[in-house]
Structures are given as C-alpha cells and as structure tokens.
Design a protein around this ligand. Structure first.
Ligand code: ADE
Length: 253
C-alpha cells in the first residue's frame, strides 16, 4: 500500500482500542514504552498509537510518529471538556487552532505565547479540518443511532449532538471547576473546549511542517461533575466515536 502515511493518535488506550481491532495487515513495534501499530484503514497506510495523558507524552509520541514511522499527516482524537456552555456531551469538536492554556512566560513574553514561534494559537490544517467536520457530521447523522444505544445516550445526557469548530485549549491539568473554566474563557475568547494534548501535537506538527487535525468528543463540562462517569464515557461512548470519526475521515482523504 502506498500513499501518505497517516498517524492516528489518542491519549488513552480505550480511545484507540476499537481502531486497532479494525486494522488490516497490522504489525506492531514498541519504542519509548509505547506500541505503534502499522497497518491500513480505509485503504490508507496508518500508524496508530496512544500517547498517554499530557503534553510531554503527546509531543514525544508525535515526534516518534513523524521521525521514525514517517507520518505525513497526524490526526488526534479522543475526549475533551466543554469550555463553551453552548456545547453538550457527545458533541464533536474540530480544532481550528490550539493554545497551550497553561503556558505563561510573562513578563519575558506574552501569556500563552509559544517561545520563539511568536504565536499564541497554533493553526491546524484547513483541508484536514474540513474533512474532520464532514466526518463529524456523517458520524452524528448516519452512525450515532446504531453506535450508541438509547440507554447510554440517556445515561450520559447525549441529546441532539452537533459538530463545532474553533479554538481548543490544552494544559497539563484535568479541568473540573466551572469558575476556573469561565475565567479561562474570559482570557481566551472563543475557547470551545479543553483537553491535555492537542496543542503539543499541533506544535510538533507545525515545527515539522506536517498537516494535522484534532477532532474530539465532548465528555464533560469541565466542572465538578467532570470526573464522574469519565471512565465509563471513554469506554462505552468515546471509543466508538473515535473509531467511526477516524474511519469517516480516512474515507474522505
Ligand atoms: N479531557 C476530557 N475532559 C477534560 C477536562 N475536563 N479537562 C482536561 N482534559 C479533559
């Protein structure tokens, strides 16, 4: 199989488990305490891995995907907490750009600014963004009803989910305080969602000129209720979303 190699990443094993199971011609290589699975999805050569949580883990895994496994494009999926109150559980978020919301080297440089890159928002690839949005729409319209049962939708409060695109913030903290999220949204107007890896992956890809996209499922509202049911959501809901979103996206590349 020839063509661009697509790196598919998520932070957690559960988020890539279903993808791994559906991989054709799979071969596994282990380095840096991570398993990289090479194979094909929808006819595309892919390398699939889970990075573990946090920005250092994600940056390291992304670098390995690019340098050692020749990833020409990178797609990061998984879950995120809503920062915008208009977002609901089960919504899909496509990052138009990402910010390290915990990066602060003031007074040397501005808050959130990436040293030496002179940017606050790290852009994602416009074409991959478009395909990610289309994939999200297709999953919600065509797959959701069979993918997540009515009982689970009720249990997690998934009600008429939608696709959103905009600014996503990444930091080395699980956000579970409504006041803190409101303050962050004040400092970063338009912030849609928070997670713990995307900006690091975007930064590595930016520095290597590798087109990338981040598409995530909203698992919580980043408030006191965020940790409740988190594991259940990832296992029962997000793992299914990730598998469908990546398939729908790769079908369109
Ligand atoms: N990923 C999913 N929910 C999150 C939250 N509330 N904070 C950080 N990362 C998340």
């Amino acid at each position: 199989m020839t063509g661009p190699v697509i790196g598919v990443l998520a932070a957690m094993d559960e988020e890539v488990r279903r993808l791994r199971e559906g991989l054709s011609d799979a071969r596994i290589q282990r380095t840096g305490r991570r398993d990289y699975l090479q194979g094909t999805i929808a006819g595309h050569p892919v390398v699939v891995a889970f990075s573990r949580w946090g920005k250092s883990a994600a940056a390291s895994t992304t670098t390995t995907m690019i340098e050692r496994f020749g990833a020409d494009r990178v797609i990061f999926t998984g879950v995120a907490g809503a920062a915008d109150p208009a977002l609901g559980i089960g919504d899909v978020v496509v990052a138009s750009s990402l910010v390290h919301h915990d990066l602060d080297a003031r007074p040397i440089i501005g808050r959130f600014e990436v040293p030496l890159l002179d940017i606050v928002e790290i852009p994602t690839d416009p074409e991959l963004q478009r395909l990610a949005r289309e994939a999200g729409e297709a999953v919600l319209l065509q797959d959701l009803a069979t993918m997540i049962g009515a009982e689970e939708r009720e249990r997690f409060g998934i009600d008429s989910p939608r696709v959103h695109s905009g600014l996503v913030g990444s930091g080395d903290r699980f956000m579970a305080d409504a006041a803190e999220i409101a303050a962050l949204r004040n400092d970063l107007p338009g912030l849609l969602a928070v997670e713990m890896e995307g900006a690091a992956v975007a930064q590595v890809c930016y520095e290597h000129d590798v087109p990338m996209a981040v598409l995530r499922t909203i698992s919580d509202r980043a408030d006191h209720a965020a940790p409740i049911d988190f594991k259940g959501f990832v296992e029962d809901v997000a793992s299914r979303y990730a598998e469908r979103l990546i398939h729908r996206m790769l079908e369109r590349i």
